[in-house]
Design a protein around this ligand. Sequence first.
Ligand SMILES: Cc1ncc(C[n+]2csc(CCOP(=O)(O)OP(=O)(O)O)c2C)c(N)n1
Ligand code: SF4
Ligand SMILES: [Mg+2]
Length: 326
Amino acid sequence: MMSSTECLLQMCDEHFELEDYQSGVPRWCTGCGDSAILAAVQRLCRDEGLRPEKTVFVSGIGCSSRFPHYMKTYGFHGIHGRALPVAEGVKMSRPDLHVFVNTGDGDCCSIGAAHWIHAIRYNMNITVFLHDNQIYGLTKKQASPTSPIGTKSNTTPRGSTLEALNPLTVTLGVQNVSFVAQAVDWVPELLADIVKAAYHHKGLSFVRIVQRCPEWLPEQFDPWMHDPQRLLMLHHDNGMQLSDGVARLYKNQLNHDPSSLEQARNIAANTDPIPVGILYRNAAVPCYEDLRHTGLLRTAAVTRTGLNAEFDKFTVWPEGAQARAA
Ligand SMILES: Cc1ncc(C[n+]2csc(CCOP(=O)(O)OP(=O)(O)O)c2C)c(N)n1
Ligand code: SF4
Ligand SMILES: [Mg+2]
């Protein structure tokens, strides 16, 4: 049994401040929506008391993918489009870790689209934030799959010609989808609530965050920012409740039960007003790691033995050496 002093020491040890998760000085432009997302996520980590050494942020490449650098946790700033498979690998071998993914609209919906589809189907217990600024930010303004038709960019100087891909309807169309939500970076209270609900869902939580890029699309979301009626606030006893302050300001509200996939798809299909809140949640979808895992954490010795056995399969042994080694 633990002594009271040990108990007290453990409690002190487990109390975290925001600074415990902050790392470096973000290099994002002034007014970039990525900063609001970072603040919401650091707040989540503090409020939930996530141990930094048990928490991993995985990203691909892009402005948004710089996210792991600014978290004082483990992180993996990976390869363009490959954040999801890396995160799945981490979760598969270390299911005890809290695994988060930060990915951009180019990273997830363009080069990483195949991984996105399969990650939804595998439904591993990870929290995915899609920072959707509707443009390739880091590489200086190329159209992305989520750029609205007519977007002028370096790759589409006369305006893009294709209808934008809708990340919500795509996600809601995939087998085993278990959590889909949408937030906008300029309503921090709801952003924090949605991030929290996503973290608490067991399964792949997909949160599309409408994110401002003042550098390349400075007025892109002004009409929605300046008119509260153009946000549709989703609330339900079985979903999220709106605070009095939010309910007073945002009067365009919909009582939506997130257990209805059909309703979620209908809501997602309408992009104006922008639906904000939990569109779909189903905790009964099994997680791939639970279906496949033995329940035993892999020790370093087990990993080493397994790797050696794999490498040995490809070894060309000189005559008689294998027998001598055995
Ligand atoms: C394999 C590969 N192809 C292309 C690039 C160039 N590249 C880097 S980031 C990026 C797009 C980033 O856009 P997005 O994912 O929307 O992130 P944002 O910068 O907008 O946050 C591209 C095309 C790359 N780094 N690697
Ligand atoms: S270019 Fe856009 S997305 Fe990138 S840091 Fe600047 S404002 Fe943010
Ligand atoms: Mg982008």
